[in-house]
Ligand binder design. Structure first.
Ligand SMILES: Nc1nc2c(c(=O)[nH]1)N[C@H]1C(S)=C(S)[C@@H](COP(=O)(O)O)O[C@H]1N2
Ligand SMILES: [Mo]
Length: 267
């Protein structure tokens, strides 16, 4: 038997560890498996719930007690289900993008920055640090996105951004253990502004680390040299001038959540 024989090769094949892409897919697949199981359990569960005791006095008095316990878990489950590739944010033709782009606050991203000095610091799960240069980021595949950017203060605008998909960056740098974690934290170089993101939103197929606006390098006031564009979230999460990225299984600190805004801030 020749060594080139495919069957012979198959038998000897060693099981390869999962890639970042495969892990991302598995997360999505698991969501749907859970959905089927939950649907099957739904009918029996409803009957059980119907005969369960009502909650005692309080704001939500009258709600079935097990229902309250289940709320937190189903909330998380439906969020994950929402971030499937089939659920993309609406995009627009590039001609519709605003030529004069609105500008909001600049906490942690005031003034200019020296691109040659700047590094994207990524802190791995084991606490080792990756220092990535601007040039290395430009060398990765570019994705462009024209979408309706929404600020919680009540304005929205169709804008055109370009950069690297966050999931492509994770894949390129082999951040496998990190993708399995529950949250991503991003902060400005001076750590004055910081956001916490759930992993499904961070690895959503339209979440990009942008270095271009309207086809040109990012101006200082829009987050030079690299900002987050996460179209499934309100503007407050779209951190300008990223300095450091961390991963965690607990919610990373979030500037506006600390001021009382919704931590999730999803659309
Ligand atoms: N570093 C930093 N990023 C930030 C902010 C900020 O104050 N500092 N403001 C946020 C808010 S509230 C919005 S609406 C958008 C505005 O982005 P723009 O100035 O490019 O319009 O940036 C977000 N990212
Ligand atoms: Mo905003």
């Amino acid at each position: 038997m020749s060594l080139q024989n495919p069957q012979h090769m198959t038998k000897k094949k060693v099981k390869q560890p999962l890639t970042v892409e495969q892990k991302i897919r598995r997360r999505e697949f698991l969501s749907f498996g859970i959905f089927g199981t939950l649907s099957a359990a739904a009918y029996g569960g409803w009957k059980w719930l119907y005969h369960s005791p009502e909650e005692q006095a309080g704001v939500t008095a009258g709600a079935r007690a097990p229902l309250r316990r289940a709320l937190n878990k189903t909330e998380l489950f439906f969020r994950r289900l929402t971030f499937n590739e089939n659920h993309l944010v609406k995009t627009y033709p590039v001609e519709m993008a605003a030529k004069t782009v609105r500008h909001n606050s600049d906490i942690g991203s005031e003034g200019d920055v020296d691109i040659d000095q700047w590094r994207l610091r990524i802190v791995r799960k084991d606490k080792s640090v990756l220092n990535i240069t601007y040039k290395e980021i430009l060398a990765l595949p570019k994705t462009e996105l024209v979408f309706d950017f929404k600020c919680v203060e009540g304005w929205d605008q169709i804008q055109h951004w370009g950069g690297v998909l966050f999931k492509d960056l994770l894949t390129h740098f082999g951040l496998l253990k990190e993708v399995e974690m529950d949250y991503v934290g991003m902060m400005t170089p001076d750590e004055q502004y910081y956001v916490g993101l759930d992993m499904p939103s961070a690895i959503h197929p339209q979440t990009i680390l942008a270095y271009e606006m309207n086809g040109k390098p990012l101006p200082a006031q829009h987050g030079k040299p690299l900002r987050l564009i996460i179209p499934v979230k309100y503007g407050i999460k779209n951190l300008k001038r990223i300095g450091t990225i961390i991963f965690s299984d607990q919610r990373p600190p979030d500037y506006w959540a600390e001021q009382g805004y919704d931590y999730y801030s999803g659309l």
